[in-house]
Design a protein around this ligand. Structure first.
Ligand code: ADP
Ligand code: MG
Length: 808
């Protein structure tokens, strides 16, 4: 058991203007401190007691320049390590809206380097799995959203979210031991990093699609991404299960400041209510005398029950926006963090026994015990041993007798019959020996056997087995010599043949023949000869293990190359896919390639690109099938996206994907070349060794005794090429992950644009219905931020001077 208080960290969001009202001190070895120094007039504004300075203690405070990588290394990696060791872990981000909770937990959409704790942790876990081949790991993922006290499954493969209510509702159940179970929350298996990442993006996309201007789920809901790990040694009955909750809490903004109206106020109350209950739980936990902890008051506290004051290693990140107008919120976030820091958790190793394996082990044990008991009690089986049993037993006894180890034992089990049979076997053997000795003593001394003279202390059985061994070795040697002679002949023939060819082609060069091209050299019988120089060269040559290793790398390479290849069509598609008609024919669009990517597809309910899971748990990206957009709407959409603020991100991602794909292609070509070079060098090495072996036979010299500089040089070259290969394959793996991530980000931005368009379109359509020529409300072109005209927008005061294109 590990007893530990909840670790708290602070993270300050970068601000445009530097703010002098706070200072960070990370130098103190006992922990960091964050000080707010408020001018008196400012403190009047938001604190009643007119304090001017506030000091808060954290384990560490990350200032505005902290990178996502630092956050992962310092905060998430230690938690991930304890989850790998079988403990539960939780990281949750707390702070006001816009302070960087989602950025910290999930990451930003703009750059690969901005990926947050979840993708980095997934990557780290799979890397650790691959390094530990002696353990079997399985990972499942769940993604829960809690909004207005209701839980929604963001990963359910059977539902496509177009509204939050469409997602399956998750219910909390409590068993007799007060353990919490979540009904309807799907657990999806992730066999590799790619699948796990797809699940994260699927959940995020579902969350984004389900969000409406009214519910603003992204700021008002809590999201809990949970990694469920199972770890077991093959064959062992014990397994370790651990969970890692990565929690993006709703904004902690206070209602009084939000100025919300009607419906929104109710929702804001709910959010604050659930955070209020969270605070109550934390308060109760920090007071040692409290016996009742009000976990059951809200869904959030019920779900996080283990993470707060339970069996878990928990970490909280307080996200802070330190510009002047957010200072009061930041101070209240820090206060909350100080209370959280008082909570003590007791994490225990979650080991359990696999019931199936346990039952099998117990059954086996019972059987053995029963047999032992029967022997002890003198009971025995009535049936005689069968001929087969006797034969097996005699083989066992022979093996026992021939075992040179004086401590070797003969294990017969508890059967008395076997013990009796063994004794009669021994008796027979002793009698045979006595007869043999008697016969020997009657032979004249001249006829004394040679082996008795040389090995008088050896028994005839030992001498016989030595003789047999000798005979075997003789046979092996003659076979080897025959093979070597044959090889040598083949090598000589090949050299002659090659020189003939060389002569024919009138080659002036007298360089060594390229043996790899010589017919008859390559695979075949000669390959079965292992002629390493007495083990000395084995480190330089490609051993079986190395061959396997290279083989694995080759399969990784082909997988990665396949991935990159499959990515390329997507990046090309992103660049220039013309809209397809429903029957699959390419439309004759030849205009701006940029806009053709977003062929907007409409369906009855949704109109969104969706990420979905197939039955095998694999995540696939697919476009929802639906009717084509009308020409007018398509045109409006094309204009809409040109002016969309996310357009630049799309362009940047596309460029980067293109660049990385090109880099990956070059790298895989390079890898292929290195592989070919290694194969070529290996052929030359084999050839060289065959030649030296053949020469050794000729001069009657044991193979491998003479140092061969050519062979050494070949080994050295192979070694160097392998280093190049390994580093290139590592880079290719990293590139593949990056491309995958960028594509998912791109998909998400696309979905967002389509969603924005649909929202805008619906607004326009409904206002158009009320629009009459001459009325004051209507469409006009909104001057965009970039100054480009063309985005239709509603302005109730402006006179209509442009109407949407036909078909809208
Ligand atoms: P929250 O989830 O707390 O409401 P977000 O994570 O969505 O806030 O952050 C709001 C905005 O600030 C986003 O555009 C995000 O990219 C940006 N942001 C937040 N934290 C950082 C940071 N540390 N570095 C750069 N940008 C950040
Ligand atoms: Mg957020």
């Amino acid at each position: 058991m590990v007893q530990q208080t909840i670790q708290i960290f602070g993270r300050i969001k970068p601000t445009g203007k530097p703010s002098a009202v706070f200072s960070v001190d990370n130098e103190d070895p006992t922990g960091a401190s964050l000080d707010f120094l408020l001018p008196r007039d400012l403190s009047d504004g938001f604190v009643n007691n007119k304090r001017e300075s506030y000091k808060f203690r954290f384990k560490k405070v990350f200032d505005q320049h902290a990178k996502q990588e630092d956050i992962f290394e310092n905060i998430a990696r230690p938690v991930a390590d304890s989850v790998l060791a079988g403990f539960n872990g939780a990281i949750f981000a707390y702070g006001q809206t816009g302070s960087g909770k989602t950025f910290t937990i999930t990451g930003g959409a703009e750059r690969y380097a901005d990926r947050g704790i979840i993708p980095r942790t997934l990557s780290y876990l799979f890397e650790r799995f691959s390094q530990d081949s002696s353990t079997v790991y399985t990972m499942h993922i769940s993604y829960l959203e809690i909004y207005n006290e209701l839980g929604y499954d963001l990963l359910d493969p059977r539902h496509e979210a177009s509204r939050l209510e469409d997602l399956p509702k998750v219910l909390i159940m409590e068993d007799a031991d007060q353990n919490i179970h979540l009904r309807n929350l799907s657990l999806q298996q992730a066999a590799n990093e790619e699948e796990a990442l797809n699940l994260l993006f699927l959940g995020d996309t579902n969350r984004m699609i389900a969000e409406t201007p009214l519910n603003q789920a992204s700021t008002r809901s809590h999201c809990i991404f949970t990694v469920h790990l199972c770890r077991r040694e093959p064959g062992s009955a014990t397994l370790q299960r651990s969970k890692l909750h990565l929690v993006d809490l709703a904004g902690s903004d206070r209602v009084s400041k939000t100025g919300l109206n009607g419906v929104l106020l109710t929702e804001a109350k709910y959010i604050n209510l659930s955070l209020h209950f969270l605070e109550q739980v934390i308060l109760a936990l920090s007071e040692r005398s409290r016996s009742h902890i009000p976990y059951r008051n809200s869904m959030l506290t019920s779900v996080l029950r283990d993470s707060l004051g339970g069996n878990c290693m928990t970490t909280m990140i307080a996200t802070l926006a330190v510009d002047k107008r957010n200072l009061d919120e930041s101070i209240s976030t820090c206060r909350f963090a100080q209370r959280v820091a008082l909570i003590k958790n007791e994490a225990i190793l979650n080991e359990e026994l696999d019931p199936v394996l346990l039952i099998a082990h117990l059954k086996e044990e019972i059987l053995t015990l029963k047999k032992q008991l029967a022997t002890m009690m003198g009971e025995q089986k009535d049936e005689q041993l069968t001929a087969d049993e006797m034969l097996k037993l005699e083989e066992l006894i022979e093996a026992f007798l021939n075992d040179p180890d004086p401590d070797g034992t003969l294990s017969l089990g508890p059967a008395m019959r076997k013990v009796q049979h063994s004794f009669s076997y021994f008796k027979r053997k002793i009698l045979e020996k006595q007869t043999e000795r008697h016969q020997c003593s009657q032979q004249p001394p001249a006829a004394t056997r040679r082996e008795d003279v040389y090995f008088p202390h050896m028994s005839p059985v030992d001498v016989n087995s030595l003789k047999e061994m000798l005979q075997q070795r003789d046979n092996e040697i003659s076979i080897l010599v025959k093979m070597l002679k044959k090889e040598k002949k083949r090598a000589d023939d090949a050299v002659v043949q090659l020189s003939r060819i060389t002569d024919c082609q009138k080659l002036s060069s007298q360089s060594l023949p390229n043996y790899s091209t010589v017919p008859g050299f390559g695979d075949g019988m000669a390959d079965t000869l292992s002629l390493n120089r007495g083990g000395q060269a084995s480190s330089e040559s490609l051993t079986g293990e190395e061959n396997m290793e290279l083989g694995e790398d080759v399969s990784t390479l082909s997988k990665l190359t396949g991935q990159v290849a499959s990515m390329c069509p997507l990046s090309q598609q992103l660049k220039s896919t013309p809209p397809q008609s429903r029957d699959g024919n390419v439309k004759g669009h030849q205009e701006d390639q940029r806009v053709k990517v977003y062929t907007f597809q409409e369906s009855h309910e949704g109109n969104m690109n969706q990420l979905s899971l197939n039955h095998g748990g694999q995540v696939l990206l697919y476009m929802k099938k639906g009717s084509q957009l009308s020409a007018g709407k398509q045109e409006a959409f094309e204009i809409f996206i040109k002016d969309h603020e996310e357009q630049q991100i799309i362009e940047d991602h596309k460029q980067l994907i293109k660049k990385r794909s090109a880099e990956a292609r070059t790298l895989s070509e390079q890898l292929n070349q290195v592989r070919n070079t290694i194969a070529e060098l290996r052929k030359q090495l084999q050839m060289r060794r065959r030649q030296s072996a053949a020469q050794s036979v000729e001069v009657n010299h044991p193979p491998g005794e003479k140092f061969d500089p050519v062979e050494e040089d070949l080994c050295e070259q192979i070694r160097r090429e392998k280093i190049v290969y390994k580093s290139a394959i590592g880079r290719l793996k990293a590139l593949s992950t990056e491309i995958e991530h960028l594509q998912l980000l791109l998909e998400r931005v696309k979905v967002k644009i389509q969603k924005d368009f649909q929202k805008w379109w619906t607004q326009e359509a409904s206002s158009l219905q009320g629009w009459e020529p001459g009325a004051t409300a209507g469409f006009h072109t909104r001057p965009s931020s970039s100054g480009t005209p063309g985005l239709w927008t509603l302005d109730s005061t402006a006179p209509p001077h442009r109407r949407p294109a036909s078909g809208c």
